[in-house]
Design a protein. Structure first.
Length: 227
């Protein structure tokens, strides 16, 4: 539980960092024509806000996209709280997805559209995007890697059976203890009966003395009769 709380705090920090970085870059570089790396990466002036999604799909559907984004964000949070995964790759994936989605959500609610300004000069047909879109992309890639290579599903039936098996083993142990106790008692009883059946040394000595006395008496009587 402590590990999950620590990772949750780290995830919240990453989410806030992504949102802050997204809003700052939109504020300073939106509507700016600047080449960062020639023929590779730059900022471009966009004629207006992107009222749709990626590649301008669902254009002029801001309200629908706001509702859809809120549902996605709440679904990711509910999923994370329910399963409580502590994997590092999973934690970064969830943080990037939530941070990017909330960053674009703030734009849609406050401005009615998303501010896009980053472009690739070597890909003229590739749509402009922003920092939030970048983190959403990398979050999706990390989540795909986690699900494909690192995810270990937990069987709930096995988890439910574990306590029952432990209780069964404890019952078996208790029963074995009772059996051993009864066996010990029966063995003790057998020993007592054997001791009661077997004559003691004192009894044997008494019998020998009695036999000796009777034999002496008989010998004396026989001698008298001869006289």
């Amino acid at each position: 539980m402590k590990k999950y709380l620590k990772i949750t705090a780290v995830k919240l920090f990453i989410i806030l960092l992504v949102i802050g970085l997204d809003l700052l870059t939109k504020h300073f570089f939106y509507k700016t024509d600047y080449t960062i790396i020639p023929k590779l990466l730059g900022f471009r002036v966009v004629s207006g806000l992107n009222t749709g999604g990626a590649w301008s799909i669902f254009s002029s559907s801001t309200t629908m996209l706001i509702v859809f984004t809120i549902i996605i964000v709440l679904g990711i949070i509910a999923f994370d709280v329910y399963f409580r995964k502590t994997n590092i790759v999973y934690s970064f994936a969830i943080s990037f997805l939530l941070g990017g989605a909330i960053g674009n959500l703030i734009d849609r609610i406050a401005l009615g559209g998303v501010r896009d300004f980053i472009f690739f000069p070597f890909m003229p047909n590739f749509p402009t995007f922003n920092i939030a879109d970048t983190f959403i992309f990398f979050g999706a890639v990390l989540l795909f890697i986690y699900v494909l290579f690192l995810f270990k599903p937990q069987n709930k039936t096995e988890q439910k059976e574990l306590p029952s098996t432990t209780t069964k083993t404890s019952k078996i142990n208790v029963d074995e203890g009772k059996i051993t106790e009864t066996d010990n008692a029966s063995q003790k009883q057998k020993r007592i009966t054997k001791q009661m059946k077997q004559p003691t040394e004192n009894d044997a000595s008494i019998e020998l003395t009695a036999k000796h006395k009777t034999s002496t008496k008989e010998s004396s009587i026989s001698t008298k009769q001869k006289k």
